[in-house]
Design a protein around this ligand. Structure first.
Ligand code: BES
Ligand code: MN
Ligand code: ZN
Length: 490
């Protein structure tokens, strides 16, 4: 497993048989230290922490020697004062991420009650390890984490499933594009769901041609590795609602003939993050047995320049018949998603969420830690509430009707990009996608299907150093919010 196995225990800490102990603690001035607790000798711990200058600030990590616990290595991680669920998830995540070289770890957050699930999630997320391709192996994080807290089986199951869904995204994104083309991705999706009550359909190049998926075909036509559209369906009996997830799965984004500069192309193996997220969230719903019908559409293509690639000025016909003049072949995500949104809409789900590393502009607007959210009011509100419960950052952006004119083309129904004007690049992309969201029924005046667009180009990859449970590299951001949206209390 790429993340630790999690357990709860009611045993006191001094009975631990783990290889190391992690204490999640607030600043020393907090009231916790003014009393002794049945779990430990606080005056002694306080003296040990004062000796190393432990501040208790969120995520601060230190190894310490605690009198009375000499037989087991001890580390402390700061939670900040009066930590809530988010602060505890962050702290335990930072601690488990930083604690290298121990197979089993016991975690305790003294004085904390009622946040067992957050503690477990922190351990599961922070304990992620990608085995990687280094000759001397990966950093060794804990294989088993025991949390000394009163948690339910349900808490444990949810934490475990959320951790493994997040790990799945990180695993898939980390694979070099050379070894993970469209066909590999489709095959891997089939493997991942093989033991679950999930139906999978893979459309290959000739199926895509027969069925008129011009966006996916156009983007993929420059590559020696032809595109795929994967439909995954989890339809439990008595499902209350049908949610479609549409993911951008560009296995590598060179930009195509509108070639990216060398430095911008680095990391573009992660342009399939959205499709990996859609897959992982569907898997999580199936593993949890959530009473909701989930369909995931993975729009998978390799964006390469070649003698067969689409050129700026070429016109593609999307599945619904809409024609698009491709002014910039690097604005490819919206082209594959257009086909995916049309396909998803044809089943009239109650909600469509698309997930995509869509625009560099989203990082200009929101930085690297907030997912960009666009779409219909009620659906956006539902997503934002879910992300709040999950403890993931997200921020809404508008879809301004006055920008619609920018989509006009003199020769086709629309263009795929504004040329020479970067203003509102993420909003333009959102407006483009909105045109492909279908109606709630076949009736021509039925309202549009409620829709949310998530631009994860900023949050999908952490280019900086690690913080909290987040390591450098792919983050799996939005996975837990989407699981929460599907399963949580609205
Ligand atoms: N995959 C990129 C978006 C991206 C950029 C993700 C940087 C992560 C980091 C997307 O396909 C793209 O190239 N978008 C263009 C759009 C433009 C040509 C209108 C961009 O953002 O520059
Ligand atoms: Mn691109
Ligand atoms: Zn892209």
């Amino acid at each position: 497993m790429p993340h630790p196995e999690l357990h709860f225990t009611s045993a006191p800490l001094n009975e631990t048989t783990a290889d190391a102990v992690l204490l999640a603690l607030p600043p020393l001035d907090a009231s916790l230290f003014e009393s002794t607790s049945p779990d430990g000798d606080w005056p002694a711990i306080r003296t040990a922490l004062e000796a190393v200058g432990f501040s208790g600030a969120p995520g601060v990590f230190q190894r310490v020697l605690v009198p009375g616990l000499e037989n087991v290595p001890v580390a402390v991680v700061g939670t900040g004062s009066a930590p809530d669920a988010d602060a505890l998830r962050f702290a335990v995540g930072a601690g488990i991420r930083s604690l290298i070289g121990f197979d089993t770890v016991s975690v305790i957050a003294p004085g904390v009650t009622g946040n067992a699930r957050a503690l477990a999630e922190g351990a599961g997320l922070g304990g992620y390890r990608f085995e990687g391709y280094k000759a001397d192996g990966a950093k060794k994080r804990a294989a088993t984490v025991t949390i000394h807290a009163e948690g339910s089986d349900e808490d444990l199951r949810v934490a475990q499933v959320a951790s493994s869904a997040t790990a799945l995204v990180k695993d898939l994104v980390s694979i070099p594009a050379e070894w993970f083309g469209p066909e590999d991705f489709a095959q891997r999706a089939a493997e991942v769901v093989s033991d679950l009550p999930v139906e999978i359909t893979v459309l290959d190049e000739s199926d895509l041609r027969t069925e008129g998926y011009g966006g996916i075909l156009g983007v993929g036509q420059g590559s020696d590795r032809p595109p795929r559209l994967v439909r995954l369906d989890y339809a439990p009996e008595g499902a209350s609602r049908h949610v479609a997830l549409v993911g951008k799965g560009i296995t590598f984004d060179t930009g195509g003939l509108s070639l990216k500069p060398a430095s911008s192309m680095v990391g573009m193996k992660y342009d399939m993050c959205g499709a990996a997220t859609a897959l992982a969230v569907l898997v999580a719903a199936a593993e949890l047995g959530a009473p909701v019908h989930v369909t995931a559409w993975l729009c998978i293509a390799d964006n390469m320049p070649s003698g067969r690639a689409i050129r700026p000025g070429d016109v593609l016909r999307i599945k619904d018949g809409t024609t698009v003049e491709v002014l910039n072949t690097d604005a490819e995500g919206r082209l594959v998603l257009a086909d995916g949104l049309v396909a998803a809409s044809s089943e009239h789900p109650d909600l469509i969420v698309d997930v995509a590393t869509l625009t560099g502009a989203i990082t200009v607007a929101l930085g690297n830690r907030h997912a960009g959210v666009m779409g219909d009011d009620a659906a956006v509100a539902e997503y934002l509430a879910a992300s709040e419960r999950a403890g993931e950052l997200a921020w809404r952006l508008p879809l301004p009707p006055h920008m619609e004119d920018d989509l006009d083309s003199p020769i086709a129904d629309m263009v795929n990009a504004k040329i020479g004007d970067p203003a509102g690049g993420s909003l333009f992309a959102g407006l483009f996608l909105q045109r492909f969201v279908g109606r709630a029924s076949d009736d021509a005046d039925a309202p549009r299907i409620p829709w949310v667009h998530l631009d994860i180009a900023g949050v999908g990859m952490n280019k900086g150093g690690g913080y909290g449970f987040t390591e450098k590299g792919p983050t799996g951001a939005t996975v837990r919010s989407l699981i929460e949206l599907l399963t949580g209390q609205a």
